[in-house]
Write a protein that binds this ligand. Structure first.
Ligand code: MLT
Length: 247
């Protein structure tokens, strides 16, 4: 088994992909599902998300697929909610809601873009964060036949310490589960994990973690640092089963 870490999403992926955007898209996606959401739709742009809500709604609020509840939209630009969306991209905000029976449409600056990149070639694409790290590692190990690629979303096309740290946590779990060859990206991630303290220290010292704190979103950083608090592993479905432009 090969284990590789891409510090930014840029490659093609022959097998299993674990997409990481710890601050905050994958942490928030896991939380939506923890709070009962039936499904998530990850769009490439905010317009696709807004169109899904408007096109998807009949006058009576029902949708063509017969569901009676409208889509909910969550996402951010620059860490702040997108105008017209129901929610931002805060896992703490999501954890306070009940999403039972709802579909949440997500669009974010980095995380949903990374997921779309991975889905272009990956056979099995899962969303990972610190909050589901052990479960995500188990699912990847049980699914892969040749390679596990851990893809860090980064922030604004720059490497993010928080994602590389989480990749190191996942790499440690995966190496403990069985033999793997590792690439230089995985070595870097393991070094970052072993030299950056505990999860909250690592996330708090990252550029994006500090920016979120400056926006008054420090509780999101603390929430995202919760190691393996969830066993849910969001699995991307592509193709005819999902609306165009979504995963
Ligand atoms: C993203 O997906 O771009 C990040 O999660 C940004 C954020 O939510 O602050």
């Amino acid at each position: 088994m090969r284990l590789r870490v891409d510090l930014l999403p840029h490659g093609t992926y022959p097998d299993v992909v674990l997409v990481i955007d710890v601050l905050r898209a994958t942490t928030t996606a896991i939380t939506y599902l923890e709070r009962g959401a039936d499904a998530l739709l990850l769009t490439a742009t905010p317009d696709v998300a807004l169109a899904l809500r408007s096109e998807g709604m009949r006058q009576d609020g029902a949708r063509p697929d017969g569901e009676s509840t409208p889509y909910l939209l969550g996402g951010e630009r620059g860490g702040l909610p997108i105008p017209g969306f129901d929610f931002g991209n805060s896992p703490v905000e999501a954890a306070a809601q009940n999403f039972t029976g709802r579909t949440v449409v997500m669009n974010t600056t980095n995380g949903t873009v990374a997921a779309h990149t991975a889905a272009q070639s990956g056979k099995h694409v899962f969303l990972a964060a610190l909050t589901n790290a052990h479960a995500a590692a188990r699912r990847a190990r049980a699914t892969a036949t040749e390679e596990i690629a851990i893809v860090c979303a980064g922030t604004d096309e720059r490497v993010g310490l928080e994602d590389v740290y989480a990749a190191g946590v996942l790499a440690e779990y995966l190496l403990a589960m069985g033999e793997s060859s590792i690439d230089d990206g995985a070595r870097i991630a393991l070094t970052v994990r072993r030299s950056s303290g505990n999860p909250l220290e690592a996330l708090g010292s990252s550029v994006h973690g500090a920016r979120l704190a400056s926006l008054g979103l420090g509780e999101d950083v603390r929430y995202a640092a919760g190691l393996s608090t969830s066993t849910l592993v969001p699995t991307l479905v592509t193709g005819d089963d999902v609306p165009p432009g979504t995963l």
